[in-house]
Write a protein that binds this ligand. Structure first.
Ligand code: FAD
Length: 457
């Protein structure tokens, strides 16, 4: 662990965003004794989990002048992780059994996650720190401090800025050869809300992980046919899935799109499609950030960023919470926030900037040696728990509970093997029990549930 200093100091810190990462960052900074202002462009806390039936005017999100709709949540979305492993550590995401308006399922709907985040904000009085409907348009270093410009207030100077603005808003649109002259409709999952518009259509969905698996099944309820292009599958893949709607096929990747309206897959099959839905992920984007060229985003790698949090030469005044996607999210935000808060107060020190750069260069070299493309720099996958344990040790907090990591691993395993029903059929009651016993032992809950409703509310 980095050496602790004797003198701790309180800083004036701006947090950008009041989604899950901004809320926990605000709490941890406040707990550490800093003064905090959270800038949030929406009217309420919750970020991604604030569902809006509205989508953007450009369905592919390519027009840089389009008005932004932040959320990528679709109407039918339920969490893709079990609730026990999702919640913050001292505020478990457990069912509100006495409140029938809440969704008590183990994999609840997006509304329940929003309600949980609102409960969290209320419990820790975070809303008092938030300036709503205040979009940050520029953040820049000035004489060792940070100037924050927002749309509806004066410029303000802070000791530090913590970026918690999310990274599921800017669509990454996979390139398909021939797509320019393909005559059909195209939409990115960011702008997908409900299946209605796809009634009786032949739809090609690109991507077969969480969103792709969900959206293809959602669309299949009303579409004539749905064909999923799956990159992970072998070139010969062509399989009709046994789903209730009997109209869903899995293919290998797309080979080409043709001007006669057909989409040709690498397995040699061709379909005349009305719409292509891209479930191909998102790009990092921080349009407000001005670092005189020090930071950049290259092939979706935000660089340079020590341990995905601190840009060496600008640390600790600038930091990022929440960059690594997938796996444990809220608890990762929590541990990263504790680290940022402790470094800002001087309780924990960072290595010298040159040392951080050396570490970073070595980590990039490692990715290259392993053949991992640059664009996956912030996808931690199997190494996430090592990463979190490292950050936790750095700031002196408990490592991640093994049951949490095991729930994620087994949950993702079920997602892949049983995308139809993974949210309602599970085989890890042992891990549920462990989680609840853990909560009870820390006096975080007053009951041990005897059952989990598997459907309905
Ligand atoms: P966000 O929730 O996106 O919040 C960012 C906030 O910053 C927003 O409120 C936004 O308005 C604000 N903001 C942005 N720019 C500015 C600006 N310039 N000025 C002021 N405010 C600004 N994770 C799980 O743990 N479980 C799941 O089941 C799960 N499902 C997911 C499903 C989908 C479809 C997606 C896309 C993601 C899912 N995730 C899931 C990951 C999810 O993104 C994280 O769990 C988490 O909610 C992200 O929180 P965040 O605070 O980093 O970002």
């Amino acid at each position: 662990m980095a050496p602790a200093q004797n003198l701790v100091s309180s800083k004036h810190v701006a947090v950008i965003g009041a989604g899950a990462s901004g809320l926990i960052a605000a709490r941890e900074l406040h707990r550490e004794g800093h003064t905090v202002v959270v800038f949030e462009r929406e009217k309420q806390v919750g970020g991604l989990w604030i569902y809006s039936p509205k989508s953007e005017s450009d369905p592919l999100g390519l027009d840089p002048t389009r008005p932004i709709v932040h959320s990528s949540v679709y109407e039918s979305l339920r969490t893709n992780l079990p609730r026990e492993c999702m919640g913050f550590r001292d505020f478990p995401f457990v069912p509100c059994v006495d409140d029938f308006s809440r969704d008590s399922r183990r994999y609840p709907s997006h509304r329940e996650v929003l309600a949980y985040l609102q409960d969290f904000a209320r419990e820790f009085k975070i809303e008092e720190m938030v300036r709503f409907e205040t979009e940050v348009v520029r953040v820049e270093p000035v004489d060792g401090k940070w100037r924050v410009r927002s749309k509806n207030s004066e410029d303000e100077i802070f000791d530090a800025v913590v970026v918690c603005s999310g990274h599921y808003t800017e669509p990454y649109v996979a390139h398909i050869p021939g797509i320019k002259s393909w005559p059909g409709k195209q939409i990115h999952s960011h702008n997908y809300r409900v299946p209605g518009p796809f009634k009786n259509e032949v739809v090609v969905v690109i991507g077969n992980f969480a969103s792709g698996a969900d959206i293809s099944r959602d669309v299949a309820k009303v579409a004539k046919e749905v064909h999923v292009a799956s990159r992970g599958s072998e070139a010969s893949t062509y399989e009709k899935l046994s789903v209730p709607t009997n109209n869903l096929w899995i293919h290998s990747e797309i080979e080409t799109a043709c001007d006669d309206g057909s989409i040709v897959f690498k397995n040699g099959k061709a379909v005349h499609a009305d719409t292509v839905v891209y479930c191909t992920g998102y790009k990092y984007k921080f349009p407000f950030l001005e670092t005189n060229g020090y930071m950049s985003i290259d092939d979706n790698r935000v660089e340079p960023l020590y341990k995905h949090v601190f840009p060496p030469a600008l640390a600790p005044g600038l930091s990022f919470v929440g960059l690594p996607g997938m796996g444990i999210q809220f608890v990762m935000f929590e541990i990263q926030s504790k680290w940022v808060a402790a470094v800002l107060s001087g309780r924990v020190t960072l290595p010298a900037p040159e040392k951080m750069m050396e570490d970073l260069i070595a980590s990039y070299a490692m990715l290259e040696a392993l053949g991992i493309p640059k664009r996956y720099t912030h996808k931690l996958g199997k190494i996430q728990s090592n990463y979190l344990d490292w950050v936790a040790e750095e700031c002196g907090c408990q490592p991640v509970e093994p049951w949490r990591t095991q729930q994620v691993d087994r949950g993702y395993g079920r997602l892949v093997s049983n995308p139809e029903n993974y949210r309602d059929e599970w085989d890890d009651d042992d891990l549920i029990k462990e989680a609840y016993e853990d909560f009870a032992s820390k006096n975080l809950i007053s009951f041990l549930p005897s059952y989990f409703p598997k459907s309905g509310r």
